[in-house]
Write a new protein. Structure first.
Length: 208
């Protein structure tokens, strides 16, 4: 089960906030590294692209979800996740206790990618696309069930979203996707150059 919505207006409003937050974190990391509080200031150091995820637990840097400008966004995410989880079978009590455990900004440019991974800190994870240049990579959701390793049904005549091992989604600005945090997914490496940067807000949601 994958959740989907589109909110172009909110994405347009959040884009300058996300860009400003990236700049703020970069400057804060630089100051902390100069004071030898942290060993490095490069936001690309661990994942190969700019992300504020690794700074999320640093008490010296204000978390993205605590900003006044992100409160409409956090409410929107919680409401979407509640609807998604009710469809998935979670009860009303659990869905009344949802909170965002991680909310961070990522920016990718040509040649940058993120290999297959999961989000072990979340119950529901998702991504909100603020800026998607033409030619930017898709997101690939992988089926984590092992049956694909053991059987190839000769009676299946064509692939579709119900029997394929992976789902490839080409997002556009304003799209928001939700999935179970244990689902493997990736942003693939692509050879074709594209202009500009792909800016997203990524999140994990849990039951308190």
């Amino acid at each position: 089960l994958l959740g989907f919505d589109n909110n172009s207006k909110l994405a347009e409003d959040m884009l300058p906030v996300a860009i400003s937050y990236l700049k703020y974190v970069e400057e804060a990391m630089f100051k902390l590294s100069k004071l030898k509080i942290i060993p490095f200031a490069d936001l690309k150091a661990r994942w190969g692209y700019k992300t504020t995820y690794d700074t999320h637990g640093n008490g010296s840097i204000r978390k993205f979800q605590t900003l006044e400008q992100t409160q409409i966004l956090t409410q929107y995410i919680i409401e979407l996740c509640k609807e998604f989880m009710l469809k998935y079978g979670y009860n009303n009590d659990a869905c009344s206790k949802l909170y965002i455990s991680d909310l961070f900004v990522s920016e990718m440019t040509y040649r940058e990618h993120h290999p297959v991974h999961t989000h072990p800190k979340g119950t529901i994870s998702g991504v909100f696309y603020l800026q998607v240049p033409e030619g930017a990579p898709a997101i690939i959701i992988h089926d984590a069930r092992p049956h694909h390793l053991f059987m190839q049904d000769p009676n299946v005549s064509f692939g579709n979203k119900f029997n394929e091992q992976q789902v490839i989604l080409q997002p556009k600005a304003g799209d928001i996707l939700l999935w179970n945090s244990w689902l493997p997914h990736e942003v693939p490496y692509i050879r074709q150059p594209y202009e500009g940067s792909r800016i997203t807000i990524v999140f994990n949601v849990n039951v308190r």
